[in-house]
Design a protein around this ligand. Structure first.
Ligand code: ADP
Ligand code: MG
Length: 237
């Protein structure tokens, strides 16, 4: 089986694609919508038929960080025609919005049902090393900076506190007749990510943005792993 980290190193890349990132996370037992790389509209249709409709198409490029900014995300495609058409349109749009970016192909994944969007992430602090992050998705993280941080490795108690200390916890508890989110599933995912990063020292950044939280369970629909520069790994051990 391929090793996404070794592949990226061999190419001199630090950014893993969503397909590669999710392969690593899935292998570690973390719930993700697995993304299947395809390189033609026919292959994308075949993959979609195997996964089951509706599906999501996304651009696969290690040179594109924000896929939706360049027309690289197509949600909720209901049938083979929509996938075929979506494939061609996406290649055209992305080539125009990100000229020169090397495109590996387009990934196909299951369209997840809607849920409360949260972010589970890891950054590296120059002083403390890897730091775990949790917040609600969208404007709450970007504008309100409503985020909880803990130095990795964390304990179950840390995960419990992280989820509860953000302002957005009230949203997770259930608002306006919405059922509460599965808080235990979120705590478990935070712990799994902390463990995963502890076992992979070469990971400098990790972003599950968003994770969709449901009344029962949670799943990451986007994932991004960034490796440390090779010299930093050698120096830091
Ligand atoms: P970006 O690189 O722009 O962050 P994402 O993969 O996060 O792209 O997709 C953009 C948005 O599309 C997500 O924030 C989420 O709301 C939605 N989305 C992405 N993948 C899925 C999926 N598999 N099922 C349902 N919604 C999805
Ligand atoms: Mg995203």
């Amino acid at each position: 089986m391929s090793d996404p980290i070794a592949d990226a190193r061999a190419d001199g890349r630090t950014l893993l694609t969503e397909v590669e990132s999710k392969q690593l996370l899935h292998d570690a037992g973390i719930a993700v919508t697995q993304a299947h790389l395809t390189t033609s509209a026919d292959e994308a249709v075949a993959a979609a038929e195997e996964i089951g409709f509706p599906v999501v198409l996304k651009i696969v490029s290690s040179e594109i960080v924000h896929k939706s900014d360049v027309g690289g995300v197509a949600l909720d495609l209901a049938d083979a025609d929509a996938v075929r058409e979506g494939y061609q349109t996406m290649i055209a749009k992305v080539s125009e919005a990100a000229p020169g970016a090397a495109i590996d192909g387009i990934s196909v994944q299951q369209m997840a049902q809607s849920g409360t969007e949260v972010i589970v992430g890891v950054t590296t602090d120059p002083q403390f090393g890897p730091v775990m992050m949790f917040g609600l998705g969208g404007v709450l993280v970007e504008i309100m900076k409503d985020v909880a941080f803990r130095i990795i490795p964390i304990e179950p108690r840390d995960a419990r506190q992280m989820v509860r200390e953000i302002q957005g916890y009230r949203v997770l508890e259930g608002v306006r007749g919405q059922p509460p989110a599965d808080i235990e599933a979120l705590e478990a995912m935070i712990l799994q990510v902390s463990e995963f990063v502890s076992e992979h020292h070469e990971i400098a950044e990790l972003d599950l943005n968003p994770v969709l939280a449901y009344a029962d369970g949670a799943i990451a629909v986007d994932a991004r792993v960034v490796l440390a520069e090779p010299e930093a790994v050698e120096a830091g051990g």
